[in-house]
Design a protein around this ligand. Structure first.
Ligand code: BGC
Length: 784
């Protein structure tokens, strides 16, 4: 380190010894940089390495320094008063270890609902409130940056991390993320919007080259990031693992410097995903400021790069400055005295309220809310007794408890069948023992595979079976049956088609219970405790009601019962399409589907040539989700934006008015049913017919949610669409182009339930942007 004793003393005094907030807020970056050697700089922009990748409990990020279980820390420069700051996962709450060696205190965090459920609320205020509660735990447990939100597009239902993500639509994604970021950051801690960009499959995520047209990148895969980043200024952005069109995202200057910073005006810090990218010097040059958790090769490459002139020291200094900016904002730099005692009770209440609002009522034939006469509930399905709070991997949260549906029912004043409870508990204990034994035997056979297996969700036990006689006896004593189906997925592995479809035992259980209960004159409700879309078309006619509860966090059972009992009227809507068959999804032909799916860990830089593994052609182009199904007239099981309520709504007085920089649509929504409830109003735009423009028939451009309306109450909502929002990306002109002509403004309750069609003449406009991120290969892109 190049420095004199006097200047170090001055810096230390300036940085840590002073008491006034003004002095503490300032790092004299020029002075700090002047005191750092090349090696210091290279250390500083690399994390502190990873402790214990071999540890039994580790996910990926798990450092034992400062806050045990946090994903990483920045490198401390003690001699110039720059502390290490703490980076911790992940979207559904803070992920740190719940217990510490030699310490009897516990450090449990609240498991909030998964990202998909939060997005399904379509309620920015509520999402911001959840974000604020999560951010409070980040701050009170001594962390500085939460590695969330995760905002990749749900390109295909089988992506193993869809539960962390928000939607197939970039507007819902961007708006949900913006609200979440504002909430978390309102505590004075940071976020890291991730994974920038196009990490849409887990299979070979470290090496997969996503071949995507410039248009699909701009309109679909980057758009959600753009909206969230411009609206909420996250402290950091995390680049993804994959390549886009031949370049690792963390080594792509076009992505990071040109688009993110130059075009979007982003001023924060960019970091890699854990171990992402291969060449540290190129990552620095590309504008990736911080390499987490740090590898020796990256350090060596940066130092050698500067020495050889391959990397300009100015580029390294720029990243050092941006990392200093981050440290300077952090609670730890300001000496915040965290308590390690966030108000977990208050946060449990926040998670309970929010989860109920994101559940989606898919079907209801007078079964819900439960009639007053319903007292005894028969609970079927393993998951009723072993409720799933959230997914696995870095998106998991070390929570203190999960309220099962069984306990939720009891808390709600219902009686549950004791025989069923005893039978299920015995069956589950046995099945789990068998699963453990099988895993142990497999580990002995193939220790390498076993090592990877422990990063993955444990297999769920097969559904318990019953004889018809048993079900009949249960039906005689119960007022209603609830069957819960569960799914669990997570990082490192995509789901299988078999996981999308129902198993034979699940199907049989639904058929049998519905048949027996209906014959006994009783109703059946199916509850979905899942993290991603499953097949629903073949069985949805059987039960009387279906509620998608997603993975609702630690208060799960209570939240479900709040909805089933009618305490809360469901108001969630789907942020993704539910196809009839998996193969109806256009990207099914370009997605890794494997009977024995690969587990992909930290192997980088290995380029093979296997389709959908080493590279993936995004041939559906911009036709993702409803943009495909609605444009090509493909029938679906449940459309994008769908969700029922206990009440009904009438839409009236829809109007569109031209404003100086866009269009305002207003519509009055009247609760004309018998319950209170909230309604989500969706505004789609249909551009003038123009074959060459190859546009989807409709695209969501704005949405709003009413307040809780009592029967007979109404609310007029206003939705604003900026001129620029009407643009599509024209690759030939490398510009956002609004073609002139008559546009339709479709006011809907879902993408396929349009309540009013308004029209407006729109003047064309064009905004040029950089011509970057071009695919290197020809693809057979879908055209309308
Ligand atoms: C995940 C990130 C996570 C990081 C740190 C990676 O494996 O992709 O989402 O933030 O680990 O745990």
């Amino acid at each position: 380190m190049r420095h004199s004793l006097i200047s170090i003393l001055t810096l230390v005094a300036l940085l840590s010894g002073c008491t006034s907030a003004e002095q503490k807020n300032a790092i004299n970056q020029d002075d700090v940089i002047a005191h750092l050697s090349l090696e210091d700089k290279a250390h500083f922009i690399i994390g502190t390495g990873m402790d214990g990748l071999d540890d039994e409990n580790v996910v990926i990020g798990a450092t034992r320094l400062l806050v045990p279980g946090a994903a990483g820390t920045t490198y401390p420069l003690d001699s110039v008063g720059i502390p290490a700051i703490i980076l911790a996962d992940g979207p559904a709450g803070l992920r740190i270890n719940a217990t510490r060696e030699g310490d009897s205190a516990t450090y449990y965090c609240t498991h909030f609902p998964i990202g998909t459920l939060l997005a399904s609320t379509w309620n920015a205020d509520l999402i911001e409130e959840v974000g604020a509660a999560i951010g409070n735990e980040v701050k009170e447990y001594g962390a500085d940056v939460l590695l969330a939100p995760a905002v990749n597009i749900m390109r295909n239902p089988l992506c193993g991390r869809n539960f962390e993500y928000y939607s197939e639509d970039p507007l819902v994604t961007g708006k949900t993320a913006a609200a979440y970021i504002k909430g978390v950051q309102s505590n004075g801690v940071g976020t890291s919007i991730k994974h920038f960009a196009a990490n849409n499959q887990e299979t070979n995520r470290m090496n997969n080259d996503a071949h995507i047209s410039q248009r699909a990148l701009r309109e679909i895969y980057l758009k959600g990031f753009e909206i969230a980043i411009k609206e909420s200024k996250p402290w950091t952005v995390m680049t993804s693992y994959n390549y886009i069109n031949g370049t690792y995202t963390s080594e792509s200057r076009d992505l990071v410097e040109t688009i993110l910073r130059d075009e979007w005006g982003y001023e924060g810090t960019v970091m890699t995903d854990w171990y992402g990218g291969k060449d540290g010097a190129i990552q620095m040059w590309a504008g990736n400021d911080m390499l987490q958790p740090g590898k020796k090769e990256q350090f060596d490459s940066i130092v050698a790069g500067v020495r050889s002139g391959k990397l300009a020291e100015a580029d390294l200094d720029r990243s050092v400055r941006r990392t200093l900016d981050l440290v300077e904002k952090s609670p730890r730099f300001h000496g915040y005295q965290y308590t390690n005692k966030p108000d977990l009770k208050a946060h449990a209440e926040v998670t309970r309220q929010s989860a109920a609002e994101g559940m989606v009522l898919m079907k209801n034939e007078k079964a819900l809310p439960f009639a007053k006469s319903i007292k005894n509930v028969a609970l079927y399905g393993n998951t009723s007794y072993d409720f799933i709070a959230g997914g696995t991997g870095s998106g998991n949260v070390n929570h203190a408890y999960v309220v099962s549906l069984l306990d939720g029912m009891k808390n709600g004043g219902y009686t549950v069948s004791k025989e069923l409870k005893t039978a299920y508990e015995a069956y589950l204990a046995d099945s789990k023992k068998n699963i453990e034994a099988e895993m142990e035997a497999a580990a002995k056979k193939d220790p390498q595979k076993a090592k990877l297996q422990r990063f993955l969700p444990k297999p769920l036990p097969a559904e318990k079976t019953f004889t018809d006689g048993e079900v009949m006896a249960q039906a005689a004593n119960a007022d209603i049956a609830v069957i819960t189906l569960g799914r669990l997925s997570g990082e490192f592995q995509d789901r299988m088609v078999a996981d999308f479809n129902l198993s034979d035992l699940e199907r049989k259980l639904i058929e049998q219970v519905c048949d027996v209960y209906h014959k006994a004159g009783k109703q059946v409700v199916v509850l979905l405790n899942i993290g991603g879309v499953i097949e629903s078309a073949s069985w949805k006619d059987l039960p009387d009601a279906i509620l998608c509860a997603w993975q609702p966090g630690q208060e799960g059972g209570n939240c479900v019962v709040d909805v089933l009992s009618g305490k809360i009227s469901p108001s969630g809507k789907f942020t993704m399409t539910w196809p009839i068959l998996f193969t109806d999804v256009y990207s099914a032909r370009n997605f890794p589907i494997d009977e024995d799916p690969r587990i992909d860990m930290m192997k980088q830089g290995q380029k093979g040539n296997v389709r959908n593994v080493d590279f993936t052609d995004y041939e559906e182009d911009i036709f993702v989700g409803y943009r495909y199904f609605d444009s090509f007239g493909i029938p679906v099981s449940y459309p994008f934006g769908f969700g029922l309520s206990y009440t009904t709504f009438n839409y009236s007085d829809a109007k569109v008015v031209k404003k100086s920089d866009g269009y305002e649509v207003s519509v009055t929504v009247n609760n004309n049913g018998g319950y209170e409830g909230k309604e989500v109003i969706e505004l789609y735009i249909s551009a003038p017919e123009n074959k060459a423009a190859n546009k989807p028939v409709k695209e969501l451009k704005a949405y709003a949610k009413t307040r809780n309306l009592k029967p007979g109450e109404k609310e007029t909502v206003r939705l604003f669409v900026k001129m620029a929002d009407l643009a599509s990306f024209d690759e030939t002109a490398s510009a956002w182009v609004v073609s002139g002509g008559e546009y339709q403004f479709l006011v809907g309750a879902s993408s396929q339930d349009i309540k009013a069609i308004l029209k407006a003449d729109v003047k064309g406009q064009e905004t040029k942007v950089h011509n970057v991120l071009k695919p290197l290969v020809q693809m057979n892109l879908l055209k309308r």
